[in-house]
Write a protein that binds this ligand. Sequence first.
Ligand code: NAP
Length: 540
Amino acid sequence: MYDVVVIGAGFAGLYSLYRFSQAGLRVIGFERGGDVGGVWYWNRYPGARCDCESNVYSFSFSHELQQEWSWSLRYSEQPEILRYLGHVADRFDLRRHIRFNSSVVAAHFDENGHHWRVVCSDGSSVRARFVVSAVGGISAVQHGQFPGIERFAGPVYHTAEWPHEGVQLAGRRVGIIGTGASGVQCAAAIAPEVRHLTVFQRTANWVFPVWNQPTDPDVERQVKEHYRELSRASLETAGGFPFELVDTPALSVSAEERSAVYERAWKRGGVMFMSQSFGDLLVNAEANETAADFVRGHIRRVVKDPAVAERLIPVDHPIGTKRPPMDDRYYETFNRDNVTLVDIRKAPIREFVPHGIRTADQTYELDVIILATGFDAITGGLTRIDIRGRGGESLADKWAQGARSYLGLGVAGFPNLFTITGPLSPSVLANMPIAIEQHVDWIAECLAFMRQHGHNTVEATEQAEAQWTDHSMQVAAGTLFPRANSWYHGSNVPGKPRAFGVYVGGFGNYKRRCDAEAREGYPGFAFDRAAGPASRRRIP
Ligand code: NAP
């Protein structure tokens, strides 16, 4: 019997295995990939790069690791992040805990024995007192369900299932479906090499530049000198980055000043465009419109064909309410002679045919098709596993009308199950490695508390879960996020109920809430429920 099963060996899985094994627990990790890396193992499409700055999109738990690792670029590309995670696994000897090429297909809680039985796709199973999900919020691939896909004569690749040996795209006619973060990066990267690129766009997105460049040695030196303070500061801020959001309202300054602010923030790049310009862009539609107007101007200046520029300008969602893709070359890509932008909102894809894609008004001849069609995000990684808690209740059934969770960490009725960066935690709206470390540390502390008090099981109470779920929905309802159709609400997955899946109240606030929960003896959790009545204490 293990103490902890960890599902997944990306950032979250690796740190879990490190932290729990250091605490003397018997751990085992299951990873469906052939090596560590998680999203960075799977998403090998050309142009794959992180949109957070490397020196903060990395672990902070080891000062030595921070000091010895050097990032070559301000925003790292996928191969370097994968190398980093491999280095972490080696440096802390974590691979010995992991079974690779092992997909967890089921996890059932045994109420009498107080343990989980975890089953893998090869039929093998283990028992463990705790299951810690490190499956990630953006890991369950969505292929898009295109009629006739099997009739297409050429290869079809999803960006998150990219062949490890690479794909020969030079000289070929390539179609790419999807203009989210993956599609945007991939399209910009392959355009110079392919014979022709056809970008099938259903929804135009606001794309920000990152101004990527080699790491500045002076910046690296300063960061390394102050890593401890930077990591500590990141735990307090709204985004999990070592800087606070600017809080000036956009309409409180003159139009000239506003333009100057946007210009400066645009030049800083990436998430800075919104976080370091004005504080009300995601809560005030009029303020948001000023930022949108700035970016519209940029698109119209860069894209030479005015009709194409208009097609690239989002019309259906406020800026920032869908995750903005980030790329330095995307808009310029549409000035190339070998690139065509197809509006499939206007003329939808009807079917794949042997030599291409037929839309409502035309057939596009293609040799290769790339699906950049995204993920069943936030919940899909968990609901695709047959997870059953008390009374055999299925997690997928429980979440059929939308995810319910206490702090995105625990689910009522599912004892001894923890979900790292789970639904209704800040997850994808925070700097992931920092958010992951905070969750894993919190779980490790809870397990130590249980050991100290002789508890066998822990689970979120129904009441705490209901309050947190309602609170998370209320916070989201006070923003502009509900005005977009996005994977944040599950609206990209046919049939998935629309429910906001992320806590948008800010990472720092969230962490303070988690700290209070632990400090006060876990009032929103019930211990040893099977041995006695459920905890009826109210959460404060
Ligand atoms: P995504 O944002 O969900 O984008 C999927 C795209 O495919 C959208 O443009 C979507 O259109 C389109 N699409 C989906 N199904 C379709 C269908 N049946 N027909 C036509 N179009 C369809 O997925 P993603 O680009 O893979 O990104 C997901 C998330 O992963 C990102 O938001 C980000 O958080 C993360 N990511 C990060 C990075 C990075 O850090 N650099 C890179 C890649 C991904 P609609 O918008 O109309 O639904």
